[in-house]
Design a protein. Structure first.
Length: 463
C-alpha cells in the first residue's frame, strides 16, 4: 500500500513538474492541404519551432492558432494536436480539410436592398431579379489569393473583375489588389420619400450607368491588424429626366454626370475568435475616405466610418454581441444624393427598420444581441453529398434577443422622411443558424417604435 502511494505521488509530482516546465516545439507537420501552401498555414500560427511554453500556455496558443486557420475561410475543418511528448520537446501535427475553392454558380438574386423589401414592398416581382454567372475562385495559386468574375444580366447589367494577392513579400505582410466594375440599369432609385426609395423606369431606357476602377495595397503587420489603402476613379451618369425633372440633388445642381477620384484608408484590429459568428473578442474598424481632389471632380466629401464590436461569452451557452456603428462627415456642406445613404444599406440595418432607408450627413447606431446556444451538432451527409469537403456539416443554433438604438443627423435632408433627426429604437428576437463554420442564416421577428412588426430573413455566405 505504501509502495502504491509512493508511485502515485511520484507520478503526480512528475505531471506537475511537466506542466510547469518549459516545452519547446521541436517540429510542425501539416496534413490535408492539397492546394494551400504550407507557408499560408504557418503564417496563422502564433508559435513556431524552437518556441518554448508552459503546457497550459501552449494549449492556449494551439487553440488560437486553430481559430486563425479557420478564419482564413480556406478550410472547413482544422485540428492541431500534440502528437509526441518528451520531457522537454513536443511535436505539433495540423490536420486540415480544405473547403471547395472554385464556385462557378448561376446568379439568380434580388435587385432590392434585402429579401424583406422585395417580398413585402415589391410584391415578389420576378422582374426585379438579376441573373447571370459569377465565378469565385478562392486560393487559385495556393497562396490565399482570390479571383472574382461577375457577368450579370436582368434588372441590372453588371460586369466586374477583381483579384487580390494577400502576401507578395517573404513575410507575407504586403498584398495588392485591383478591381474593375461596370453596370447599367433601366430602373433607378432616384429619391427617398418618407424613408422609402422611389423608382423610375422611363420608356425602357437605361437611366443609370456606373464605371469604377480601383487599385490598392494591404499591410498585415501582426496577426489581427490590417491596413488597406486604395485609389479609385468613378464615372457615373443618369438620365436627363432624373437630373432635371425628378431629383436635382442626385448629383447636385441638375447634373447628369459625376466624376471623381477617391482616396481611402482603412485600419482594422480584429481580435474575434470566429469571424463569421464571433463569441469572444473585439473588432475595431475605421475607414477614412476623401472623394474629390479638384481634378474634374463633381464631389467634395470627406468622412469617417467607424465600427467597434465587443463579444462576450458568460458561459458555454450565453453570449453577448454589442456593436457601435458611426459615420461623421468632416465637410459640413450639402452632399449629392449618392453620398447620403446611411442606415438601411449593407450591414447598417436596424432591427425593425429593414424596410426603410434613412439618409443623412452623420449617424450613430448601437446594436446589442443576447444569444443562447441550444444546439451544436455535426451532420454527416455521406455519399449523398457529391462534394467531399461538405460531407460533414458542423451546425450551431442560437436563440437571440435584439435591441437597437440609432440616430441619423440630416441637416439638409429632413424632407426625405420623418425618421431623420430623431432617436430610433427597434428590437425583437430570432433564430440564428450557423452552417459549415461560416454560413449564417438569421430568421428574426422584429418591431419598432412605430408599432410595426414582421418576420425578416438574412443569409450571409462567406466566399
Amino acid at each position: 500500500m505504501i509502495r502504491l502511494f509512493s508511485i502515485l505521488l511520484l507520478l503526480f509530482m512528475c505531471e506537475t513538474s511537466f506542466a510547469q516546465s518549459g516545452l519547446t516545439v521541436r517540429s510542425i507537420s501539416i496534413e490535408g492541404n492539397k492546394k494551400t501552401k504550407d507557408k499560408i498555414i504557418l503564417r496563422e500560427l502564433t508559435f513556431t519551432t524552437e518556441d518554448s511554453f508552459k503546457l497550459e500556455e501552449l494549449k492556449k496558443e494551439i487553440s488560437r492558432s486553430q481559430e486563425n486557420i479557420l478564419n482564413t475561410s480556406l478550410f472547413v475543418k482544422a485540428e492541431i494536436q500534440l502528437i509526441q511528448f518528451s520531457e522537454k520537446l513536443v511535436d505539433i501535427n495540423i490536420e486540415l480539410v480544405e473547403t471547395w475553392y472554385l464556385y462557378p454558380y448561376p446568379i439568380f438574386e434580388l435587385a432590392d436592398r434585402n429579401f424583406n423589401v422585395w417580398w413585402q414592398e415589391q410584391k415578389r416581382s420576378l422582374k426585379r431579379v438579376n441573373y447571370g454567372i459569377r465565378l469565385n475562385y478562392i486560393n487559385p495559386t495556393g497562396n490565399r489569393d482570390k479571383l472574382k468574375l461577375t457577368l450579370q444580366d436582368g434588372y441590372t447589367k453588371k460586369y466586374e473583375l477583381e483579384y487580390f494577392i494577400p502576401g507578395i513579400n517573404k513575410s507575407q505582410t504586403l498584398g495588392v489588389f485591383t478591381n474593375f466594375f461596370f453596370s447599367r440599369g433601366k430602373e433607378i432609385a432616384y429619391i427617398t420619400q418618407e424613408n422609402k426609395l422611389l423608382f423610375e423606369n422611363f420608356n425602357n431606357e437605361f437611366l443609370i450607368r456606373r464605371f469604377r476602377i480601383a487599385a490598392g495595397v494591404s499591410y498585415r503587420p501582426a496577426f489581427y491588424a490590417y491596413h488597406t489603402a486604395k485609389i479609385l476613379y468613378s464615372d457615373n451618369t443618369i438620365g436627363d429626366r432624373i437630373a432635371f425633372d425628378l431629383n436635382e440633388e442626385y448629383f447636385l445642381n441638375n447634373k447628369a454626370s459625376q466624376q471623381h477620384f477617391t482616396l481611402q484608408y482603412e485600419g482594422v484590429l480584429d481580435n474575434r475568435d470566429i469571424k463569421p459568428y464571433p463569441l469572444n473578442g473585439y473588432l475595431l474598424n475605421g475607414r477614412l475616405q476623401k472623394d474629390g481632389f479638384g481634378i474634374f471632380d463633381d464631389v467634395n466629401a470627406f468622412f469617417l466610418n467607424a465600427i467597434y464590436a465587443q463579444y462576450l461569452s458568460f458561459n458555454k451557452r450565453l453570449s453577448l454581441e454589442a456593436i457601435v456603428r458611426a459615420k461623421y462627415s468632416f465637410i459640413r456642406e450639402k452632399q449629392p444624393y449618392t453620398h447620403v445613404s446611411n442606415v438601411g444599406y449593407g450591414q447598417n440595418v436596424m432591427n425593425g427598420y429593414e424596410l426603410y432607408v434613412i439618409d443623412g450627413l452623420d449617424f450613430g447606431m448601437l446594436q446589442t444581441t443576447f444569444r443562447f446556444s441550444f444546439l451544436e451538432k455535426e451532420f454527416k451527409w455521406g455519399k449523398i453529398m457529391p462534394i467531399k469537403s461538405f460531407r460533414e456539416m458542423p451546425t450551431k443554433c442560437y436563440f437571440t434577443i435584439n435591441n437597437d438604438l440609432g440616430y441619423i443627423n440630416a441637416p439638409y435632408y429632413d424632407h426625405y422622411g420623418s425618421l431623420n433627426n430623431k432617436v430610433l429604437w427597434g428590437g425583437g428576437f430570432g433564430l440564428n443558424l450557423v452552417f459549415y463554420y461560416d454560413k449564417v442564416l438569421k430568421i428574426e421577428y422584429s418591431w419598432n417604435q412605430l408599432g410595426e412588426k414582421g418576420v425578416f430573413l438574412d443569409f450571409s455566405l462567406t466566399l
